[in-house]
Design a protein around this ligand. Structure first.
Ligand code: FES
Ligand code: FES
Length: 212
């Protein structure tokens, strides 16, 4: 009979098993180490709520894709966040949120802008067009058709911003050559590298003389 298994108290057993003791201690240390980060996160959320309370909301009236919108917004809210979070227009993408990628491009009064760098309150009284407002009902915009025809995307994340910039690029008269298109589309980054096909789509629309 194995006396070791039956005649020792749990304490003695633990003494005999340093591996188990080590694992218990390690788990305890891990739990202690995790606690501060959870506390920091909770504190951050609390501070964020407090900051939000401090800002008095401001009225914002703007036309978005042909519809008048009357909103109440924080003065620090960007147009991108207002479009996505308050109006559920999630076509404009948040790629970097720092003006580096172009995924958030929309038109304000016909001019392309980066909505992540535009405060919502700056758009009061203006007309905003997002990718959702480009098609006319079931009829896609010529630039949308051209992107499909030329395979101007892979994952599609950058595509709404690319198309909004592409439309502006043609309207601005900056689509006369491949080099010019590349220069004036350089603010729109595509991690999938669909650039050659994007250029072809823009050239197609430009050469077709389509109204954009
Ligand atoms: S999200 Fe606006 S430029 Fe990247
Ligand atoms: S299609 Fe994937 S990032 Fe441009």
């Amino acid at each position: 009979m194995d006396s070791k298994n039956h005649n020792t108290t749990p304490k003695e057993d633990e003494k005999e098993n340093p591996r188990r003791t080590f694992l218990k201690q390690t788990s305890l240390l891990t739990a202690i180490a995790m606690a501060p980060s959870a506390l920091v996160k909770a504190a951050e959320n609390h501070v964020d709520d407090k900051i939000a309370d401090v800002f008095e909301k401001m009225p914002l009236k703007m036309e978005v894709n042909g519809q008048l919108q009357s909103l109440s917004v924080e003065p620090r809210a960007t147009l991108l966040d207002i479009l996505r979070e308050q109006l559920d227009l999630t076509g404009s993408k948040k790629g970097c949120d720092y003006g580096q990628c172009g995924a958030c491009t929309v038109h304000i009064d016909g001019q392309r802008v980066l909505s992540c760098l535009t405060l919502g309150v700056m758009v009061n009284g203006k007309k905003v067009t997002t990718i959702e407002g480009l098609a006319k009902g079931d009829q896609l915009h010529p630039m949308q058709e051209a992107f499909i025809k030329h395979d101007g995307f892979q994952c599609g994340y950058c595509t709404p911003g690319q198309i909004m910039s592409a439309v502006a690029c043609v309207r601005e008269g900056h689509a006369d050559s491949e080099a010019e298109i590349r220069e004036f589309m350089s603010g729109n980054i595509c991690r999938c590298g669909a650039y050659p096909n994007i250029v072809k789509a823009i050239q197609d629309v430009k050469e077709g003389g389509l109204t954009v």
